[in-house]
Write a protein that binds this ligand. Structure first.
Ligand code: ZN
Length: 243
């Protein structure tokens, strides 16, 4: 025989447990914020060495182009000097050809130098921004981490208060009722582990899943002789007279 007051304990346990759920949710959202920041930091940190490598390579290329440019300028100077000694049309044509080729090479190199300098400037800015971001986010994580630690400790204190009351309520139950409830609460925690039989003119139904419940089930439940669970959704029935 299970007295109805004991079922009352279960109603209370579920109510307290759902309050624990709210606190767990708060802890979860605190941790999510921290994790999100940590992920942003990590992703930025991973990009920095790649960016540095690419900038280093670009600086090497820039130096090479600049020295090629320098040697072309020397060739141009030399060619101009030589032009003073031109005696034939043939020499003139070959001088003109050389001048044109050197000019176009120079132009091409100047474009490459200019574009690399642009890329380097953008890359340097990105690198600086990334470094500042990592520095800033590290500080935020540190500060927020302390804040979260304090908040989580408060939430946990609340949870442990609720849990002690739950433990007392459960301890007062007969083993069979307690064990059945605890098994169901594992499965349906924060998702109504208990339900009741709803009655209308057509019959009686599980209030959670609306499946029809045989009248004998209800009678057995109301007599307090047996623990009854819904064969539709598996939740434990609480005598409806308690609600
Ligand atoms: Zn049901």
């Amino acid at each position: 025989m299970i007295s109805f007051e004991l079922y009352q304990n279960l109603i209370e346990v579920v109510g307290l447990d759902s309050k624990i759920g709210v606190h767990l949710e708060k802890i979860n959202s605190h941790n999510k914020r921290l994790n999100l920041l940590a992920e942003q930091k990590k992703s930025k940190e991973q990009k920095i060495p790649l960016l540095e490598k690419s900038l280093k390579e670009k600086r090497i290329s820039l130096k090479q182009f600049e020295s090629q440019l320098e040697s072309i300028e020397i060739k141009q100077k030399q060619s101009r000097k030589n032009s003073l000694k031109i005696k034939s049309d043939h020499e003139l044509r070959s001088y003109e050809k050389e001048t044109a080729s050197l000019s176009s090479q120079k132009e091409e190199l100047e474009e490459k130098v200019l574009s690399l300098m642009n890329e380097l400037e953008l890359g340097d800015t990105e690198l600086n921004e990334s470094n500042s971001f990592v520095k800033g986010v590290t500080k935020t994580i540190e500060e927020l981490g302390q804040e979260v630690q304090r908040d989580v400790a408060i939430e946990q204190k609340e949870i442990s208060n609720y849990q002690s009351r739950i433990d007392l309520l459960l301890a007062a139950l007969p083993v069979s009722l307690r064990n059945s409830f605890m098994a169901l609460n594992k499965k349906y925690r924060f998702n109504s582990p208990i339900t009741f039989i709803r009655q209308d003119s057509k019959g009686q139904y599980c209030n959670h899943c609306s499946i029809k419940v045989p009248i004998e089930e209800q009678i057995a439940l109301d007599k307090g002789t047996q623990i009854k669970t819904c064969y539709g959704c598996g939740r434990m029935f609480i005598p409806s007279s308690l609600l």
